[in-house]
Design a binder for this molecule. Structure first.
Ligand SMILES: NC(=O)c1ccc[n+]([C@@H]2O[C@H](COP(=O)([O-])OP(=O)(O)OC[C@H]3O[C@@H](n4cnc5c(N)ncnc54)[C@H](OP(=O)(O)O)[C@@H]3O)[C@@H](O)[C@H]2O)c1
Length: 364
């Protein structure tokens, strides 16, 4: 006999299948059960396609009866966006028992979906596995509630705490670099500095195959973002500007756009460190609906992010090799954030002879 909690955990596992494609929407899973058996299961795949509840109802090949339960990892929506309200589909279906893991923080929903179901005679239980379902949508929750994306930064370091300068390309091994691609794939956007574009000329695309991510459709490449204070980058020279994906250039000079290359130029004011990164994050959340931002900073940008306490996680890949004077010193150990107790180690893992350490920031 399975418990309601086990069914909800299953719905959350289904939701995870959407993490590479649903943004800016949250990842949501849904199952319909009867007498301890799963009759239908579905997850939200991408913005504009059926929501998980609607799809689970469509896939159900049996008449709804009062013994059926629906388990959904996020509150059903009650407004019309790109698709119609899920509450209407649920009410019309005749389902009488609905388990909702967590309320939707979106002010257009936020409890109103549950209320509408209850007003229509449906028993609604809210809160099963709430932490787990909020965790898989932490970027979505942070964007809606705090108006800033969930921010992860990564750096590859040598054993003597240096990053690559212009003379040496790779510090980490190929396994670590493949791991980075999964972080990129989960992100709505990737941000780097103009220095990194000039030194490394990265495309910032996801270099995995759709099979690696368990996808049937093409990979959704993240939005590409660069901090280029004085608009010093030649748009025809770097891979960053190639391709049809959205590119955003934050700078101190002008607001404009290049429709053909799909580039937005966004002016932000400067502070002592350079462009005001907090403003950059607010714009990314409010204008571009970026839930999860992945930053690949050099030494200076990482220092700003730490000083201003803008990170949620820091992912370090440390190689066993020293690079001495060829590298740039990073992770300024005098940085106050590193000295106090706002960082905890979330995990330590080996990638061949590299070590990956993930730090989590507790206080914002
Ligand atoms: N090992 C790794 O994982 C890794 C990752 C990324 C980069 N890198 C390497 O890092 C090197 C670049 O490092 P870096 O320390 O010279 O540069 P950085 O930290 O990548 O970027 C600093 C630059 O970003 C721009 N910027 C704008 N606003 C800023 C702010 N508020 N705070 C900080 N920077 C701001 C400025 O350039 P503008 O004035 O032009 O705007 C500034 O000079 C490259 O060699 C690259 O290969 C290594």
């Amino acid at each position: 006999m399975k418990s309601d909690k086990q069914f909800m955990e299953f719905a959350i596992e289904l939701a995870k299948k959407g993490i590479y494609t649903t943004s800016p929407n949250p990842s949501v899973g849904c199952i319909i059960t009867e007498k301890n058996k799963i009759l239908s299961k579905a997850y939200h795949l991408r913005s504009g396609s059926d929501h998980a509840e609607v799809l689970a109802l469509k896939k159900l090949n049996k008449r709804v009866n009062s013994k059926m339960n629906m388990y959904v990892s996020l509150e059903p929506c009650c407004h019309t966006g790109k698709t119609g309200p899920c509450t209407k589909s649920i009410i019309d279906s005749g389902i009488k028992n609905v388990f909702v893991s967590t309320l939707d923080p979106n002010p257009k929903v936020k409890g109103k979906g549950v209320k509408e179901l209850r007003n229509n005679g449906i028993n609604v239980n809210v809160g099963l596995c709430k932490k787990k379902s909020q965790e898989i949508n932490k970027g979505f929750f942070k964007r809606i509630i705090k108006k800033t994306p969930y921010v992860i930064a990564k750096q590859a370091l040598s054993s003597d705490f240096k990053i690559n300068g212009s003379k040496n390309k790779w510090i980490s091994n190929s396994k670590s670099r493949t791991d980075v691609q999964y972080f990129r794939a989960e992100s709505c956007a990737i941000l780097v500095s103009s220095k990194t574009i000039k030194t490394d000329n990265p495309s910032l695309k996801v270099k995995l195959k759709k099979n690696d991510l368990g996808l049937k459709d093409n990979i959704k490449h993240p939005v590409r973002i660069v901090l280029d204070t004085n608009l010093s980058l030649d748009l025809n020279k770097y891979k960053f500007f190639k391709g049809k994906e959205k590119k955003i250039v934050f700078n101190s000079l002008l607001n404009s756009s290049d429709k053909e290359k799909n580039i937005d130029f966004i002016k932000v004011r400067e502070d002592k460190s350079g462009l005001n990164i907090k403003t950059v994050l607010n714009i990314l959340a409010l204008k571009y609906e970026i839930n999860n931002l992945f930053i690949e900073p050099g030494a200076k940008l990482l220092d700003t992010l730490l000083q201003k306490r803008l990170l949620d996680k820091l992912v370090l890949y440390q190689s066993p090799h020293a690079i001495g004077n060829l590298g740039l010193t990073t992770l300024n150990m005098e940085n106050k954030v590193i000295k106090d107790k706002t960082i905890v180690t979330e995990s330590i893992m080996n990638f061949s002879n590299d070590v990956r350490i993930i730090y989590k920031f507790l206080r914002k």
